[in-house]
Design a protein. Structure first.
Ligand code: NDP
Length: 336
């Protein structure tokens, strides 16, 4: 089997030298374990954070360890009573072609119910992040304005569409004409603004004539600067991700944003609340039920960006951190 390990910690954008491909032979599964063939690997922005040393909400990948990641896999051999040879499962096996996994940590997927890759996107961790973060922290009400960036991606696209289901006005921010057209026409957002436009802050203000009640923060940086003056009193800000800064090395540059931000937190009674999706795990059954129905009914749509071959994962991850992906980024590791 083949696997990609972390070879060096990146400074800024991860170079090819940060990754190493290895050929290994896997052991036989022991009692309670299964042998998996990986079909699909999810690539997600958090992976950049795991490449850094140091304490965060999750422990870093160690040098020489397999890069982490959610995967859809086929059971090749099983010593766990719940999993039969040929089953398709969701596992957390990382960047490799085969893996040994504890059968207790797998979720069985029904390929007849939905395309299996949706378990990595709209019906998986990113979709759940949108659902839990928006409904628990953002709490959009009918008629309110909800703004989200990375709006064509798996988190942002779900945030805007769930906001619409709750009767709110959804304003998306995305990079480039194709993504903006998709967000407006296919996903049905009420408005969309291109963050690369030279007059982006003015366009965003025009798209939010009644201000912003919920800003689902995915990116930070200049996008934050454009949204910040538009907050209404009692606006809620689920702080989900800061993807524009994940490759930053060294100390932060630019103006000190803290004094104006603190002033408005006070004077506008803003709520900013960071979260990691796993803290809302008790909402998962409700998510599967509700989101499953919305996807089946076509009320929540999604798009996938499929890359062929495990070898492409490093380049695809670099692209994800600068908006080269268009939809949920998934690597096809092998044919089922
Ligand atoms: P996406 O597939 O949407 O990919 C990231 C997107 O971010 C890019 O496609 C790009 O879209 C946008 N982007 C990248 N750089 C910039 C920039 N400098 N300025 C503005 N936009 C930029 O990712 P996901 O939907 O998987 O994740 C979205 C966010 O959610 C990330 O911040 C991620 O870390 C976070 N997240 C947080 C979780 C949590 O538990 N807190 C769980 C899962 C995700 P475009 O070209 O449109 O700008």
């Amino acid at each position: 089997s083949r696997r990609i390990v972390l070879a060096a910690r990146p400074k800024g954008e991860p170079t090819d030298g940060c990754f190493r491909t290895e050929e290994v032979s896997l052991p036989e599964p022991r009692e309670g374990q299964v042998l998996l063939q990986i079909l699909y690997l999810s690539l997600d922005p958090y992976m950049r954070g795991r490449m850094n040393a140091g304490k965060s909400y999750a422990k870093p990948v160690e040098l020489g360890e397999v890069m982490v990641g959610g995967t859809v896999a086929k059971v090749l051999a099983s010593r766990h009573p719940d999993h039969a040879v040929g089953d398709t499962v969701l596992s957390y096996s990382g960047w490799q072609t085969h893996a040994i996994a504890d059968g207790a940590h797998l979720r069985k997927l029904d390929p007849a119910a939905a395309p299996v890759t949706t378990a990595l996107g709209v019906l998986g961790m990113p979709g759940f992040t949108a659902y839990a973060g928006l409904l628990t922290i953002g709490r959009p009400k009918a008629g309110e304005t909800v703004v989200v960036a990375a709006a064509s991606g798996p988190v942002g696209s779900a945030v805007g569409q769930i906001a619409k289901i709750k009767g709110a006005r959804a304003v998306g921010i995305a990079g480039g004409d194709d993504k903006c057209a998709f967000v407006r026409n296919e996903l049905g957002f009420d408005a969309v603004v291109d963050h690369r436009a030279p007059d982006f802050p003015r366009q965003l203000a025009e798209a939010c004539p009644e201000g912003v009640d919920v800003y689902f923060e995915n990116v930070s940086g200049p996008v934050w600067d454009a949204v910040f003056p538009l907050f209404n009193t009692y606006a809620r800000v689920p702080v989900c991700g800061l993807v524009a800064s994940y490759n930053d090395a060294g100390p932060f540059e630019g103006p000190d944003r803290l004094p104006p931000v603190m002033r408005d937190i006070l004077s506008k009674s803003l709520t900013l609340r960071g979260f990691i999706q796993s803290e809302f795990a008790d909402q998962q059954p409700e998510f599967y039920r509700e989101m499953g129905a919305w996807v089946r009914d076509g009320r929540v749509r999604h798009r996938e960006d499929l890359v062929e071959g495990l070898d492409q994962a490093p380049e695809a991850l670099r692209g994800l951190l600068k908006g080269r992906n268009f939809g949920k980024l998934v690597v096809r590791v092998s044919q089922g």
